[in-house]
Design a protein. Structure first.
Lengths: 158, 171
């Protein structure tokens, strides 16, 4: 139970929870409350700070995911077609997260004041966030298939 | 960035071809000590060049997805510096993963020998193996480059003042 492999897997799962949980909380809980409770200038100010903090948390979680994921592949000792699909999806998720926080997020925090353009950016930010969350859920499903499904990685390699 | 990527591609191609063709013999003939060094290091250079290329492509893809300006440039520079530092580790781990088998590999070997004869087929098979190995290393290093750029963005993003809230944020 207290092996390096278990520790790496634990950190990997925690990173998924942090990345996915943060995005889902922001999209489904925080943003609707901000829209209903705050006036546009205050909402923009709060959104800017959230975008930056959440961006740092999500991107760092993805970095931890990549590092621990690579270590997991080393521990497993093989690459199945399912794992290859998962790796491609991980690259897509990283790209989308970079676009979400580095492009749309940057434009939101550099905006001078509230307006239709900023509202459009915020809507796009949420849409990309939802896409990232959906793909991460798909990756989690593939991960279950890798370890528990009929094409489990150990069975397909050895 | 463009020049670094070009250097990584050139090094990768030269040393992959050298490894596949056994070109160290030619270098040994011209300069024996340098040829010996070339022979003992060419495989490590193939792996390092492939890992460097993968990380550089990852950084460039990441940079394309981010809004332009000083933030992007600073992040790219920081990511490249960190890539250079972690290159030996990433190269070694990517090479380790690239050695895991995806298929048996026998089909390409048999087809090449059938199509081009034994000598040419075996040579092409070695060339194909070395090229696929390099590409697999580059593919595994690519997300590392992307995420290094992502971390740099995250760090610089939190330090940059925002719009009309810069004063409020700094307070």
């Amino acid at each position: 139970m207290l092996s390096l492999r278990f520790l790496v897997l634990f950190i990997h799962i925690v990173a998924v929870i942090v990345a996915l949980g943060g995005s889902l909380f922001s999209t489904f809980a925080l943003t609707p409350v901000l829209i209903s409770e705050l006036d546009p200038p205050t909402r923009l100010r709060v959104s800017r700070r959230i975008v930056r903090r959440l961006g740092a948390i999500v991107l760092t979680s993805l970095a931890v995911l990549v590092v621990t994921g690579i270590l997991n592949v080393l521990f497993i000792g093989g690459v199945s077609p399912l794992l290859a699909i998962k790796l491609i999806l991980v690259v897509v998720v990283i790209g989308l997260a970079l676009y979400q926080y580095g492009n749309i997020g940057t434009q939101i925090w550099r905006a001078e004041g509230p307006g239709p353009e900023v509202a459009d950016l915020q809507a796009r930010f949420r849409r990309v966030g939802l896409t990232v969350g959906s793909i991460v859920l798909l990756i989690v499903y593939l991960s279950i298939g890798l370890t528990r499904g009929p094409g489990a990685i150990l069975a397909s390699i050895r | 960035m463009g020049r670094l990527t070009f250097v990584a591609i050139v090094l990768g191609v030269i040393f992959t071809l050298s490894y596949a063709t056994g070109a160290h013999i030619v270098v040994r003939y011209l300069n024996p000590p340098f040829g010996a060094w070339w022979n003992s290091n060419e495989f490590a250079i193939v792996e390092s060049a492939a890992a460097a290329l993968g990380m550089l492509i990852g950084i460039r893809i990441g940079a394309r997805l981010v809004d332009g300006g000083a933030l992007k440039n600073r992040s790219m520079i920081a990511a490249v510096i960190v890539s250079v530092i972690v290159l030996p580790i990433v190269g070694r781990i990517s090479a380790e993963i690239a050695r895991f088998r995806f298929t048996s590999g026998a089909s390409a070997n048999g087809w090449l020998i059938d199509r081009f004869g034994y000598d040419t087929g075996m040579f092409l098979d070695k060339l194909l193996s070395a090229s696929v190995y390099s590409m697999k290393i580059a593919m595994f290093a690519l997300p590392v480059g992307m995420i290094l750029f992502g971390i740099a963005i995250a760090i610089f993003m939190t330090a940059e003042p925002a719009g009309d809230t810069a004063a409020v944020t700094s307070k």
